[in-house]
Design a protein around this ligand. Structure first.
Ligand code: OSB
Ligand code: MG
Length: 375
């Protein structure tokens, strides 16, 4: 078997969202997604490794975006992985060491490493959940609610999600859309509703007096109010705010997490595997947070079933005690490119099968594919 026999496919697809998703950073009406297939020699459709890249079409949320990830994979990362695969010894540990040696590019690295990991696990019949060491069988999940056109529309959306059985609601906020929607949601649904907010970096430390006013709403947490690199600003806020502060965009590595905890900049953490460079690093961040008594939840990026299945496997680890941003398929898509995930009593169940357990529906995938490139 030569490494030349490994097939690597980059596939771009576009899936309409059931409703627009607006945050402080912009609005999405469809999900444009880059997928990576890693098929070792002798693999079949069932044992091909698939991963979803966290990159968006534009650099609105992360500095990497689809075009730069394509370039990084084609020019650097996939040729490197092929070379490692052609050498002696187990592929994954050597690939991980080589990736760790390269600066930056977490989204590209995570996509590659996750596809290789999925293929290896499928080849030996092991579920990703087992590999990562989690033992929970179902994950309590919430829903992240974008910024609508009006308060009435917001109440309508939230009421629908509560009817669906979601365990907690996360509202996207920004300056000018915070106190009023929170008051309306509390008035309509009561003080017992588990409620949290996410600002996606839209405030500045000059807004601290205003943000202290959010304590009146009994929130589970306030996510990423300030720019990602402003750990000191978050620490200043956390010192005075009763509501727990939760970092998302700031959590880029194990070291960044350790610094944030040590500075008192974060009381809980949103872990997004793509942002930190993959699932094993996400697990290390989980372990670090557990050791410091900092609870975590698994974040999301409107994933298709491929990313969702992997996130569910990660969320089976014991310190994922806060409900995850991993909603049912129907919250995002009418038709997904894998089996659909259904909410059962406010929980999602990770799929049983080997690897991520995602089963790609090739008919749907072909329908929504916009480009295929073989690397
Ligand atoms: O900040 O958590 C975020 C979606 C895209 C980009 C950033 C974020 C989000 C979400 C959605 O909040 C969570 C989900 O996938 O349901
Ligand atoms: Mg967030």
């Amino acid at each position: 078997m030569s490494s030349g026999d490994i097939e690597v496919e980059l596939r771009e697809a576009e899936l309409p969202l059931v409703r627009p998703f607006r945050t402080s950073r912009g609005v999405e009406t469809s999900k444009r997604v880059l997928l990576l297939r890693w098929s070792p020699p002798g693999s079949t459709a069932a044992t091909a490794g698939w991963a979803e890249c966290g990159a968006d079409p534009e650099p609105t949320y992360y500095p990497e975006y689809i075009a730069t990830v394509r370039l990084a994979l084609a020019d650097v990362l996939v040729p490197m992985a092929r070379e490692i695969a052609a050498g002696d010894g187990p592929l994954l540990p050597r690939l991980r060491a080589a990736l760790a040696d390269l600066p930056g590019m977490p989204l590209a690295k995570s996509a590659l490493e996750s596809a290789v990991l999925d293929a290896e696990l499928r080849a030996c019949g092991m579920p990703l959940r087992t590999y990562l060491g989690g033992d929970r069988e179902r994950i309590p999940v919430g829903v992240s609610v974008g910024i609508p056109d009006s308060i009435d529309e917001l109440l309508d959306w939230v009421s629908g999600y509560l009817d669906d059985g979601y365990r907690r609601i996360k509202l996207k906020v920004r300056p000018g859309w915070d106190v009023e929607p929170l008051r309306a949601v509390r008035e309509a649904f009561g003080d017992a509703l588990p409620l949290q907010v996410d600002a996606n970096q839209a405030y500045r430390t000059s807004d601290i007096p205003h943000l202290l006013g959010l304590d009146a709403f009994g929130l589970l947490l306030l996510e990423q109010p300030f720019p990602a690199d402003d750990l000191l600003g978050h620490a200043r806020l956390a010192a005075d705010l009763a509501t727990p502060v939760c970092l998302d965009e700031s959590i880029t590595s194990v070291g960044a997490t350790a610094a944030a905890i040590s500075l008192g900049a974060t009381d809980s953490v949103n872990i997004k595997p793509a942002r930190v460079g993959g699932y094993p690093i996400a697990r290390s961040i989980h372990d670090l947070c557990a050791a410091h008594g900092v609870p975590v939840f698994c974040g999301g990026m409107l994933e298709t079933g491929i990313g969702r299945a992997m996130n569910l496997a990660l969320a089976c680890l014991p310190n994922f005690t806060l409900p995850g941003d991993i909603s049912a398929t129907s919250r995002y898509y009418e038709r997904d490119i894998t089996q659909h995930f259904e909410l059962v009593d406010g929980h999602l169940v990770p799929p049983e099968g080997p690897g991520s357990g995602a089963i790609v529906d090739h008919d749907v995938l072909d329908d929504v594919t916009t480009a295929v490139t073989m690397l």
